[in-house]
Design a protein around this ligand. Structure first.
Ligand SMILES: Cc1cc2nc3c(=O)[nH]c(=O)nc-3n(C[C@H](O)[C@H](O)[C@H](O)COP(=O)(O)OP(=O)(O)OC[C@H]3O[C@@H](n4cnc5c(N)ncnc54)[C@H](O)[C@@H]3O)c2cc1C
Length: 432
């Protein structure tokens, strides 16, 4: 058994193990005393493993963890899966990332529920790999370990006063976690009443999710499973304009067509962008665009936005801007409280290089965009954890088709990796 430093977690682990024991199928494992648990666990383990099962530990219970468990249980029936999860509940970003107005995406949980009902599967929540669990513990008890703990940090902007205490500036992970009920962000308290403009930095789907939630009618949101406390705050929101800012041009957006189209269809909402730049980029790179179907579709959707001219609310796609500084209000300079965000200063860029490798180069010109709420949405990154080789440059665990490699490129026996930790934080559930 892994060495737990917390008695409660040790008992929780034993209960989860017993829940899958072929000898012991008690309805109410949670009522057992510690003494009883310890005494039966060893005989249970013997019986559980008597037909030489393949013991697999999976770290992380997002889509990558569940897909791994699903395929192993299907393809290799003697497998027993123990899935360890840092949070008390499973499903990772499907629960705490996917927007509440996308219930059709969240439905993938039903498939994961089926895996969870398999008697060869056990979920062990509230156990964090790297803290309560180490690779040596796992090696002693399992034939193989699959790391699928995702990408649990935000990419910073890397600007000078980013770490100053400034009110109403959030990472997308925090804001998304807040409206989705992730316990650690429940008390985020974004103030949506003192500004009519939000600035979202980043041109990816998460930036679209956040913007859509800010602009969608709360009557519609109330029919989703958005948290009640977030809905209350959104009901009082004064945000009418959302400006999404990216450092490169229209051909470099990382949206998917479905999400972009959805944004264009928000009722009562105008769309602004630099249509001249859009036209110019498309015509100058016509071959590149026509050979890339998803990009072509995105460009068509953007062009169609020119007719979205009516509405009390608006959203804007601003290109060629890199943030350099947060501007705070001077009027509360003597206050001990964190100061309020007032605007963001950007370098104005130009594009260089071929369309597939376009880089943004500063023109030396700067511009301030005013907004009283700022969401930083540059993407998520994985973190290195004890005992798992990590490629700092790529932000992933080095691997050969999922087999973990050490930093010299040699296979590490028994260790595997899947999901965002394997290939980087990009793509959707279906490609995980
Ligand atoms: C805001 C947002 C919205 C998205 N919306 C969509 C969408 O609409 N449609 C779509 O198809 N895709 C969407 N995606 C992408 C999708 O969520 C990912 O492709 C998918 O979740 C990646 O799966 P994963 O298992 O690698 O990581 P995760 O889902 O992040 O799962 C990792 C799990 O590991 C756990 N963990 C972390 N550290 C530890 C540790 N030390 N010990 C134990 N457990 C740990 C985490 O708590 C988590 O449960 C969205 C992503 C984000 C960020």
């Amino acid at each position: 058994m892994p060495a737990f430093n917390n008695e409660k977690k040790k008992l929780q682990f034993l209960r989860a193990m017993l829940g899958t024991c072929p000898l012991f199928r008690a309805e109410n494992v949670k009522n057992l005393l510690k003494k009883q648990l310890l005494s039966i666990s060893s005989s249970c383990n013997k019986a559980r493993y008597s037909s030489a099962p393949f013991r697999l530990a999976v770290i992380g219970s997002g889509p990558a963890g569940f897909y791994t468990a699903y395929h192993m249980l299907k393809e290799y029936p003697p497998t027993l899966v123990d899935m360890y999860e840092a949070l008390p509940v499973p499903f990772g970003l499907v629960r705490y990332g996917v927007a509440p107005d996308h219930p059709e995406v969240k439905n993938v949980q039903h498939r994961f529920d089926e895996v969870a009902r398999d008697p060869r599967y056990a979920f062990i929540g509230n156990v964090q790999y790297g803290k309560e669990l180490k690779v040596e513990d796992l090696r002693a008890h399992y034939d193989a370990v699959v790391f699928s703990y995702g990408a649990s940090q935000d990419k910073p902007l890397g600007i000078q006063n980013e770490n100053d205490p400034i009110e109403n500036v959030f990472f997308a992970r925090a804001f998304v976690g807040w409206y989705n009920g992730l316990p650690q962000y429940r008390d985020l308290q974004p103030d949506l009443t003192r500004t009519d403009t939000a600035i979202v930095i980043g041109h990816g789907n998460v930036a679209l999710d956040v913007s859509r939630i800010l602009l969608t009618d709360t009557e519609k949101l109330s029919k989703t499973d958005i948290t009640e406390y977030a809905l209350e705050v959104l009901r009082k929101s004064q945000i009418r304009n959302v400006i999404l800012v990216g450092r490169r041009g229209p051909l470099q957006i990382s949206f998917t067509a479905k999400e972009l189209r959805e944004m264009m269809r928000i009722p009562n909402t105008r769309f602004h962008t630099d249509f001249d730049l859009l036209k110019e980029e498309i015509s100058e790179n016509s071959e590149y665009v026509s050979n890339n179907r998803p990009l072509k579709r995105l460009m068509q959707i953007l062009e169609s936005g020119i007719s979205n001219t009516i509405g009390e609310k608006s959203w804007t796609l601003k290109f060629l801007r890199s943030p350099t500084e947060f501007i705070v209000r001077d009027d509360d300079v003597n206050s001990l409280r964190p100061r309020n965000i007032y605007a963001v200063k950007f370098n104005v860029n130009k594009l260089e290089g071929p369309p597939e490798k376009r880089v943004a180069v500063s023109t030396g010109v700067t511009e301030e965009i005013e907004g009283g709420l700022v969401i930083k949405s540059l993407g998520y990154i994985s973190v290195p954890l004890d005992g798992v080789p990590f490629d700092e440059k790529k932000g992933t665990v080095p691997n050969d088709r999922g087999k973990v490699l050490d930093l010299d490129g040699n296979e590490v026996p028994g260790l595997y990796v899947s999901g965002w930790l394997k290939s980087g934080a990009r793509g959707v559930i279906a490609t995980t």
